[in-house]
Write a protein that binds this ligand. Structure first.
Ligand code: NAP
Length: 480
């Protein structure tokens, strides 16, 4: 059997490793960029780090004794993925710089076309195309008039000098907060343009000492135990809290955020500007050891007046003030409902993904789509994103997908896709469960779909693990 994987980020690399381990030799990864790494290749902004502890944000089978910090910086994470891909020979299977533009299921196989005109066929396609991938460019008047440097946080222009200059950051999400903390002491003036305040969870980020790293090297079992403990801690505290807005764990998180605000921000006026009017974790919780300290520096300003327009010299706010800037960073997030689009995907009988998803993305258990046989997604729609280590999520998903692939290899069927009924039933149940989650408690966020319903896994993480343990074959239509 031949496999085509779209995307050589965290989950594409993982898929290639696991397919090879299962004995599948014909595996090609298509990567539109000239480097692997996905989100860690694209996001190189100052201060970037992962807010899942590094020893959990690692493949379970590739623990890394060398992590420098509890939450290690993005460059280290990128190097980790490159190292793992090299070690497992995945880098040799990647077709770099060639974007898959079209794939059609015809005659029992997927037919792929790329931007360069290359064609390929595969029995199984795996979309490992990421979630927070397509930059959201805000609809702010006058953006093109700006005469300084202007870029989205995921397209950082490292040729632009920052030191001693006047920097504006639009947004207050996890990205903006990391940028502000990293830059404030380097620049002349830092203006953060806030549309909505965010709750901030304090979290120290200590470095591992050489002695600790040596101990991890010496005792791999201790490292594996640390992974298991962190995983358990995460699912029992944060991941299960967010799906039950009334849970005691949720209250603990809210109390910690409130205390952080009260204790860290001295000026009562600034404190009130920074106080959100919705519950903590309704938007993706911002985790930072030092944001409140950064925004209180004398050269930092939290601008809450609202952006009227961008002009040649800076940002004009609704109070009539011009904030003069040399650099304007749009930390305005991502279009989280795109997934593998804009690739044109055509399923059985000419069914188009654009039509199947014309209202919004739908998937059975976040993995597969009715009418699109032998196509599987990692970190697809309605999965547990934003509140867990996406690596563990992807590992559980690929183990599930492998069971379906083995079914195909056994010859018991040639095509497999979820039934419309199972997908509709799952979707109805998840929409109902979404009402109890913290994301439904009244705020705007990238979790919400066009109807305001959270498009994230609304059940516990234990349930996710249980669902991923073995496919329920009655939910699938099997042909051949
Ligand atoms: P985000 O959380 O979606 O935040 C986007 C920000 O831009 C919000 O403050 C939003 O304001 C603002 N914004 C958007 N359009 C605007 C407009 N037209 N005018 C003014 N403000 C506008 O994006 P993100 O910070 O890039 O983070 C995305 C996700 O990536 C996070 O939630 C997290 O899951 C992940 N992430 C994780 C880490 C980490 O591990 N440390 C770091 C970065 C990102 P409103 O709130 O008013 O909409």
């Amino acid at each position: 059997m031949r496999f085509a994987i779209i995307g050589a980020g965290m989950s594409g690399i993982l898929s290639a490793i696991k397919l090879r381990e299962a004995g599948f030799r014909e595996v090609t990864l298509y990567e539109k960029a000239d480097r692997l790494g996905g989100t860690w290749r694209e996001n190189t902004y100052p201060g970037i780090a992962c807010d899942v502890p590094s020893h959990l944000y690692s493949y379970s089978f590739e623990p890394n004794p060398e992590w420098s910090h509890r939450f290690s910086p993005g460059g280290e994470i990128q190097a980790y993925f490159e190292g793992v891909a090299r070690k497992h020979g995945v880098d040799r299977r990647i077709r770099f710089g060639d974007e898959v533009t079209r794939c059609e299921f015809r005659g029992g196989r997927w037919h792929l076309e790329t931007k360069s005109g290359h064609r390929d066929e595969a029995d199984v396609m795996i979309a490992a195309t990421g979630v927070l991938h397509h930059p959201n460019l805000p609809d702010i008047a006058g953006l093109s008039d700006f005469e300084g440097a202007l870029f989205h946080s995921a397209r950082w222009d490292h040729a632009v000098a920052l030191d001693g200059r006047r920097i504006g950051v639009v947004g207050t999400g996890s990205t903006a907060v990391q940028i502000v903390s990293a830059l404030v002491d380097r620049v002349a003036k830092l203006s953060m343009f806030q549309r909505t305040a965010q709750w901030v969870m304090p979290q120290e980020n200590p470095a591992y000492s050489e002695a600790e790293r040596a101990e991890f090297r010496r005792d791999p079992e201790a490292l594996r135990a640390l992974y298991r403990n962190l995983s358990e801690l995460f699912s029992q505290s944060f991941s299960n809290a967010v799906v039950d807005a009334g849970s005691p764990q949720m209250k603990l998180i809210e109390d910690a955020c409130r205390l952080n605000l009260e204790q860290s921000v001295r000026d009562p006026e600034l404190r009130e500007k920074l106080r959100p009017s919705y519950r903590a974790a309704c938007k993706r919780l911002v985790i930072s050891p030092d944001f409140y300290q950064a925004i209180q520096r004398p050269n930092a300003e939290l601008v809450t007046a609202g952006i009227e327009r961008v002009e040649t010299g800076g940002v004009r706010t609704r109070d009539g003030r011009l904030h003069e800037l040399d650099v304007l960073v749009l930390a305005t997030g991502f279009r989280a409902d795109r997934f593998m689009r804009p690739t044109e995907v055509v399923g059985r009988g000419g069914r188009r993904l654009d039509d199947a998803w014309s209202e919004r993305p739908v998937a059975y258990l976040s993995i597969s789509i009715p009418g699109f046989p032998n196509l599987f997604m990692l970190n697809g729609p309605n999965g547990p994103v934003g509140n867990f280590s996406l690596i563990e999520v992807a590992e559980l998903q690929i183990a599930y997908i492998l069971q379906l692939a083995l079914l195909l290899r056994s010859g018991r069927c040639r095509e497999i896709s979820p039934t419309e009924e199972a997908t509709a039933r799952f979707d109805a149940e998840r929409v109902e469960a979404a009402k109890r989650t913290i994301w439904s408690t009244g705020c705007r966020s990238w979790y919400l779909d066009d109807r305001g319903i959270p498009a994230s896994w609304p059940f516990t993480f234990d349930r996710f693990r249980a669902e991923m343990a073995a496919p329920k074959l009655e939910a699938y239509e099997r042909v051949g």
